[in-house]
Write a protein that binds this ligand. Sequence first.
Ligand SMILES: NC(=O)c1ccc[n+]([C@@H]2O[C@H](COP(=O)([O-])OP(=O)(O)OC[C@H]3O[C@@H](n4cnc5c(N)ncnc54)[C@H](OP(=O)(O)O)[C@@H]3O)[C@@H](O)[C@H]2O)c1
Length: 278
Amino acid sequence: MGQALAGAFLKAGHPTTVWNRTASKADRLVAEGARRARSVGDAIGAGSLTVVCLTDYPAVRELLDADGVDLDGAMLVNLTSGDSAQAREAARWAERRGARYLDGAIMAVPPAIGTAEAMILHSGAQADFEAHASALGALGTVTYLGADHGLASLYDVAGLAMMWSVLNAWLQGTALLRTAGVDAGTFAPFARQIAAGVAEWLPGYAEQIDSGSFPAEVSALETDARAMAHLIEESEAVGVNAELPRLIKAMADRAIAAGHGKEQYPVLIEEFGKPAGD
Ligand SMILES: NC(=O)c1ccc[n+]([C@@H]2O[C@H](COP(=O)([O-])OP(=O)(O)OC[C@H]3O[C@@H](n4cnc5c(N)ncnc54)[C@H](OP(=O)(O)O)[C@@H]3O)[C@@H](O)[C@H]2O)c1
């Protein structure tokens, strides 16, 4: 990912200095016009913006805490994946060392970096984002989320929750249909239509969640729960995995037991908003 990021800065015409623990991984970038830093401290001192992208936050801390690394006056943008607590802690740590700090999350694969398809999220001081938004825009479509440094990581995992849930639902449906000889390619356009239709509901459902009121405008949760039972029964009958359907129904059953059966589906936010079993 670091190579893709530096490559995008170079392609956009930004003078770019690179450093990587395994120096040879920067050879191609140097051949393309990047300057190779002699050390991490040298890299940070080389420009007005330092972008860091390593395996995880402990690696970032280990690297930047080393002797000879002076963060005073630096502008750090940390695009390493992690959780919101790590991002907030990294911000406090960097700021104690005199650096300005923006956190970031990359929701894209390396080949997309440098194109509008690459979604890159930032959180931290708005003035810092605005001062560097144009340079950071070389990496992809950049979005500022707010002053809380943890927001980029939270959006990152929220996006992953969406991605895996949609994919798992599709795999469940595909497994069911394959038992009747329907292949994945035949189901895919239908599944896509369902996913797009459900996506249309989100703004209205979000209004219900934000207002805390869940009138059953189109259907009640107890109606959904009956259909969930069919999904479990069908899965078991044809011999496909029923764990996901059972999990979905268990959450709905808890909400119904708590008196929400006549309300609409988004009332389940109350189950999602607390630890399992509470
Ligand atoms: N690849 C993706 O599709 C993707 C997508 C979104 C987000 N991300 C995030 O981007 C970050 C980097 O991912 P990647 O795919 O580039 O991973 P990677 O190929 O495993 O590269 C990890 C990088 O971190 C360096 N590193 C690790 N520990 C270090 C340490 N203690 N000191 C100095 N350098 C250290 C490695 O240096 P060496 O080269 O010397 O090993 C390498 O440059 C991760 O947080 C990942 O979650 C990646």
